[in-house]
Design a protein around this ligand. Sequence first.
Ligand code: SF4
Length: 314
Amino acid sequence: MSRYYRYSDFLKDKYGAKTYKLPVNLDYTCPNRDGNLGTGGCHFCGADGAAFEDSGSKSVREQLLGLKDFIGQKYGAHRFIAYYQNFTNTYLPLEELKENIAPALEIEDIVEVALSTRPDCVSDRYLGEIKEMVERKDCELTVELGLQTANYHTLLSCNRGHTLAEFIDAVLTARKYDIEVGVHLILNLPGETLNDVIENAKIMSALNVNTVKLHNLYIEKNTTYARLYKKGEIEITAADEYVNRVVTFLAYLAPDIAIQRLVGRAPREKTLFMNWDYNKQEIENMIKEHLTQEDINQGDRCDYLGGKALHKFY
Ligand code: SF4
């Protein structure tokens, strides 16, 4: 029995069978790189735009079919999500984005289109039109928003180019169209403490997002953080501190929010620092052991919503 709500269980509950993501890369950019909002990008983000799979020059259809065959055979899977993962997908002109989504809707067994994007690239027009297009093919639309942290000051200092307000707006906009929201968070950005982690969990719970994807900070080469790291101007929390942060986050998070990921990773050759030289599974095991040792389940400390100060009356 898992001590947290696993994304695999969430998908099984939703689609009635094991469901797998098929990552799709579109060769595009984001407004924090092309000069619209900024040129340097977020301090942690490298040239791949927060994804590392090399799709070569394959079309969307070729990418999806190749992965579907591979994963389908490996796991006997029959349900798939077309996951547009890199850069800022809804920053594409709407018609172009729809052209890139269309091939996914023609592939059998794809039950969902998941669009990864920035909170300031979510609008009524995009969500309304894409939702309608996807639903016509009996498919579901979800969005994954990169927030990374709810801390206003950290968002400024890591050059995100948006603050918490845009994120809240994006969640509320998605909700209008009944679109589920996933959120990406980095739990150990430089300068942040356990209080930030707790506040992140509380905000996710208060907004009742559907899934979260947790990342630890690694230092990708040729990023602003890489330059600062080499000069000794940023520090990375120890592995056991990251483990403690994840466990604390889960304790404060509402129990019905599914966890897509506990640990991030990148190819070692692209990084200056990566996961304290542990592999992903080892860190996940440390988190699970810590949950067991402390007898913590997701949501154990989620007692702050619904008028906490009034709880004594009922
Ligand atoms: S993390 Fe996302 S928003 Fe930030 S620079 Fe990379 S692609 Fe752009």
